[in-house]
Design a protein around this ligand. Sequence first.
Ligand SMILES: [Zn+2]
Ligand SMILES: [Zn+2]
Ligand SMILES: [Zn+2]
Ligand SMILES: [Zn+2]
Length: 454
Amino acid sequence: MLPTTKRSKKLLLEQLASCASCGQGIAKLLLRGTKQELDDAFDMHYLCTHCAPAVPAQQGVRKRVKQTEDCTLPTVCDVCLRTRGRGGIVPRREGSVLQFAVEVVCLPCTEKYKRCSDCGGGSGRLGVGKWRCKELFDEGRKTCNLSHARLGTGELELAVWEVPDDVDQELQIETVLNACENLWKENVLRMAVPEILDSDAESPLGLKTFQDIQDKILQHGWPAREFVMRDETYSGQRKYLALTWAKNRPRRGKTTTIGERTGKVVKDDDWLFANIRRTRIFAPAGSMLVGIWLSHWDMNRRTIHISTTSPFDPGDLEDRSVVAIAETLNRIITTGSNDAAAILPPAHVWVTYNELSPVIEQRMEDALIKKKGFFPLDEYVQRFPDVKREDFVEPKYTRVVKATGWKQGDPGIDTPVHILVKTLGKSMNWYRLQKLKMQEVSTSLLRRGCPLGL
Ligand SMILES: [Zn+2]
Ligand SMILES: [Zn+2]
Ligand SMILES: [Zn+2]
Ligand SMILES: [Zn+2]
């Protein structure tokens, strides 16, 4: 056997950095290194924003281990990225070089956030995990209350229902609606991170705290309950609900396949994608809801409006959504192409969303406009002059922020609504739509992550 090299364990040492001039606390410093590294004597020299003469922010210096040794540099919080005075840590012995890593967490951030070790992110100089609002942690817990299920590898089950007809008689309808609402809530709570709450960019909604998320969004509840339950089948409207479920983690040592669990053999053509299987069960037992897609097909306007519970989750715009949307299109193609009424296939796919934060806004633009060929409605009607603007009015079920005047006694907030449209081409026919759909799914299988038109 080879001798194992004795690698010293990394230790964490917390220090409070205070202003050398007025004594005010500035930040918590998290020092990481081996015992030997941390034993090296050091001095901390920090000045708060009030006591330090303004220094221009340094650009391009990112070697922070060394940077902290220069006491004239700004002290930047690693959580909110704001400058909190300036200073650094220097070795007490001349000629010695400090080897431990320094992470800076400003005092407001230590009050507001906690790091979830299960949520992933961070590396190198920074500790492992993701900073989230403290409200998401139970007393004394190091991990947050959000789901930590890894969806990339486990088996998923998907079903598409025409609503309300397919589901309103289901005994489990309330259970499933509550699961939808909970997933929506959880996705909204994923916004309780410094990138969003401590962004300095102008935002009409102004989400700054956990309480803001609660008051401005969550308290109104999941807006799509009515979408599922209200009958609008009249006048050529069809609505679909695509639900994706993940198996709850099996007990240690015991792994089962879906076939074993349901006692049924899974048919080959029910495998839709690498790890996604079609199900005909409304509320699969022992499973957790992980994805919701709502599609509204207007046969007369030739439009499909698509929405999800968490448009700001990049995962929802990628992998799993390909299959959910393709399955929904299957239903639409079956209905449309078999109908003697000669229904024209959809020509426009569109999405709507409220502006929640500049960070999310950027992500949405990247995902939909830059990568998937959507246009803002203004631009769309210019490009396609025969398109009627009034065919694209924000539906209620995507409105998560209530506008002023929406209800008596509730002031509401006016935040911009984004309406994006993508063309499928007026000459689209059912056969070509079917081919396009199959092509997109197989491309995704190769590349993972390019949902049909989305
Ligand atoms: Zn000071
Ligand atoms: Zn901070
Ligand atoms: Zn977590
Ligand atoms: Zn905007």
